[in-house]
Design a binder for this molecule. Structure first.
Ligand code: GDP
Ligand code: MG
Length: 735
């Protein structure tokens, strides 16, 4: 059964994602940052036994193909020919939203209007006569409150009507004034006579694009039929010059004006009634007066981030304890019931310590995401972007760089991969490249557990403060590097910032739970699949090749000797009538020491151990021992692995194999570690090479491997420099 396709389209923040979820029952994230919908989201819904395919196309204000979103949206409509566009519009902002509607209609695609946020419109005293609107535009109109699922039934009924191309093709023709209308007719005629691009586009639409100077269509035209394209461009240029001379406007500006005029004329025909005074400040504006105030705003923002950390660390403490107990218990069971040997080592050191190390952070991740979802869904995230734009500008970035930063973990717990992809919304290639190269400095959800671990073990008294400093440090570093890049390798002008500030909304409880769970689940899934795989590979690297036979025999004979001596010793002790059992304790102690020495020698002898040691002459300057080096190399595969590798490295070379101490306690007790080491390591992890997947993404998005390699080399050098400086200076002043 091939399904009829419907495209869901509309302005950003019109409720598109919410409606998409309502229709398809999917669990996509509801966010307000640009970029999240650049990926094509599809879903199905079954209505009266019919399978309907819904595609969420990127939110845009226009279809001019200036931005990637607009281009993606336009191409989808042209190439995939959906049965209809479900055009969702924000009823409280009709005039602006209908601008996009007109463009769909001019393209000739059938549309169904979903008038969303009727509740908001009503609360503002805006009343829309939907019947009249439907009649004037000649399209079906339904009202919805996507957030509450209201109007879904009516909408589905209209969608069903449109299956099988039963809806009329739109034939909207707006008058653009005599001059343009005449030129349009002329161009349209030439296009029709030559069947120029008409198998895909409507003649009038192409003509409008020629007058609007649409880069994409111009290029397509030149490639299809250069002679004809030249002729059309000439006609378009002539009218442009004429208009410039007479009214001092470009055809593009006149076309936009006329479209708005057309919309106003429709709205004025009793479609829109506003009961209240339009000049009244809405609640959102009142809140914004305070929250985005030049002086109070940044303070509130810092307060919010601070609050997020307090919330996360205060409430996650108890469940983190449960997880630790649980994995300790599982490890204990494995220790008791598995026979000594390779399998036991793999299960305990490779799997339980590795995956357990990652899963142990689930409660923290969960609380952090809960907080972030709240900030995002309430609309405050967009304000943060708005305020940070001023700062970003100084560093050669752009307001639109803020979202990629935040997605990558700017507040905490993101991921650089979607962050890198979100840079697609940046239009200037230079600003985009600078953003791409600096987002990996953010504290992604994978680096976070390492920081949390180190902070808890070495800076227990000031956890929230240190985490806060780490965040500020990541931003500071990223911005300074951006400034450096923008004045050296990626020079170029800055471009202006335009961004919609959505009204503040109280997040719904269900929405928060879904978002928190989706992200947490991604983390858990990654721990169970990718991380499990890498943990096992790293365990193998840390185990093989085992010690040569001569060495193991040496240890075995020492063990024998100890046991043999034991019978003599215990006999003596018994004679001396000392406390019973003391002999056993002494023996056990000696055996343990021997075991630890053997384990450590095995680890040193392993592939990973050799690599770690080879790096030690360098890493020593930053205070990292060879075990830490193993973890850092593993971290290049995926940052999550840093904690688990440390876990494995320290449990393989365990001093006391019976101890069920957490990794943090082990590190704190180790002679190689002190707070300064932890600080240097945190700084190194903040700045060193992005993980492998991010590097691949950077190369892909920047269009060249050069930039992927650049970020690996540059970041690692920078991180080494910083970590060594901190460690050496710290040592000098006596830390
Ligand atoms: P998109 O950017 O178009 O995908 O918009 P979203 O689906 O992310 O919605 C933006 C915000 O509007 C979210 O906080 C939604 O919960 C909220 N929202 C969506 N539909 C409605 C509605 O009909 N009424 C109200 N009051 N809020 C809505
Ligand atoms: Mg959306």
């Amino acid at each position: 059964m091939s399904a009829a396709t419907f495209a869901l389209a509309g302005n950003p923040n019109s409720g598109k994602t919410t409606l998409f979820n309502t229709l398809t029952g999917g669990n996509q994230h509801v966010g307000n940052y640009p970029g999240v919908t650049v990926e094509k989201k599809e879903g199905y819904c079954i209505y009266k036994g019919q399978k309907l395919k819904i595609v969420d196309i990127p939110g845009t204000y226009s279809l001019t193909a200036y931005s990637l979103e607009e281009k993606v949206a336009r191409d989808f409509l042209i190439n995939d020919k959906p049965s209809a566009v479900i055009n969702i519009i924000d009823a409280s902002n009709l005039e602006r939203n209908l601008y996009l509607t007109l463009q769909f209609m001019e393209m000739g695609v059938p549309i169904i209007l979903a008038l969303n946020m009727i509740d908001v419109a009503q609360s503002r005293g805006i009343i829309v006569d939907t019947q009249k609107l439907s009649q004037l535009l000649g399209v079906p109109v339904v009202t919805t409150v996507a957030r509450k699922g209201k109007g879904k039934g009516e909408l589905l009924k209209e969608i069903e009507q449109a299956v099988g191309d039963k809806l009329d093709q739109q034939k909207l023709k707006i008058s653009y004034g005599d001059d343009i209308d005449l030129a349009l007719l002329k161009i349209e005629k030439t296009i029709n006579e030559n069947n120029f691009l008409t198998e895909k586009y409507k003649a009038r639409w192409i003509a409008i694009k020629y007058l609007e100077n649409d880069e994409e269509i111009l290029a397509l035209g030149r490639a299809t039929c250069p002679a004809l394209a030249q002729k059309l461009e000439k006609t378009a240029n002539k009218i442009a010059r004429h208009l410039q001379a007479t009214v001092d406007l470009t055809p593009e500006a006149i076309i936009a004006d006329q479209r708005y005029g057309f919309i106003r004329s429709i709205l004025q025909q009793d479609v829109l009634t506003v009961q209240y005074d339009q000049n009244r400040l809405y609640l959102s504006d009142k809140i914004d007066n305070v929250l985005t105030n030049r002086f109070i705003g940044p303070l509130v923002m810092l307060g919010v981030i601070w609050g997020l950390y307090q919330f996360t660390f205060t409430y996650s403490e108890i469940p983190v304890g449960w997880f630790e107990l649980f994995f300790g218990w599982v490890g204990g069971i494995a220790d008791t019931y598995l026979p000594d040997g390779m399998v036991k080592s793999l299960v305990i050191s490779g799997i339980i310590d590795g995956v357990g190390g990652v899963l142990g952070f689930v409660p923290i991740i969960m609380f952090m995401f809960l907080g972030i979802s709240f900030i995002e869904d309430s609309g405050y995230m967009a304000r943060m972007a708005f305020m940070l734009d001023r700062i970003f500008r100084m560093f050669g970035l752009h307001g639109s760089s803020v979202m990629p930063f935040i997605i990558s973990g700017g507040i905490a717990g993101g991921c650089a991969v979607p962050g890198v992809m979100a840079t697609r919304t940046l239009k200037s290639p230079n600003e985009r490249l600078a953003t791409l190269l600096t987002v990996p400095f953010m504290n992604c959800g994978a680096k976070l557990p390492v920081f949390v671990l180190l902070v808890a073990a070495f800076f227990a008294a000031n956890q929230a403060l240190v985490m806060f400093l780490i965040t500020i440090g990541a931003w500071g570093g990223a911005l300074l590097v951006a400034r450096l890049l923008r004045s050296t390798v990626v020079k170029g002008e800055s471009t202006p910032f335009v961004m919609e500030l959505p009204p503040y909304r109280l997040p719904t409880f269900k929405g928060l739970l879904i978002h928190t769970w989706t992200r947490t689940w991604q983390y858990i899934k990654k721990a169970g699949t990718v991380i499990l795989g890498i943990s096992i590979v790293l365990w193998a690297l840390m185990t093989f090749p085992g010690l040569p036979a001569s060495k193991t025999e040496h240890y075995a004979s020492q063990r024998q000797a100890l046991l043999a001596a034991d019978s003599v010793v215990s006999a003596e002790l018994e004679q001396a009538e000392s406390e019973p059992g003391i002999a056993a304790v002494i023996l056990q102690n000696q055996l343990d020491k021997l075991h630890a020495a053997e384990a450590e020698e095995t680890l040193r002898f392993s592939i990973a151990g050799r690599l770690g040691q080879a790096l030690e002459p360098l890493s020593r300057f930053a205070g990292f021992d060879w075990r830490t080096n193993i973890a850092l190399v593993g971290g290049f595969a995926a940052k999550e692995v840093v904690v688990s590798t440390l876990g494995t490295a320290y449990s393989l070379g365990e001093i006391d194999p019976e101890a069920t101490d957490s990794l943090g306690k082990k590190l704190a007790a180790s002679p190689n570690w002190r707070p300064l080491t932890a600080a240097a390591l945190i700084i190194f992890i903040m700045f060193y090479s992005p993980c492998f997947v991010t590097v691949v993404c950077i190369a892909r998005e920047a269009g060249s491997w050069k930039w992927g390699l650049f970020s690996m080399a540059f970041n690692t050098l920078l991180a080494s420099f910083l970590a060594i400086t901190v460690f050496q200076v710290g040592k000098l002043i006596g830390f």
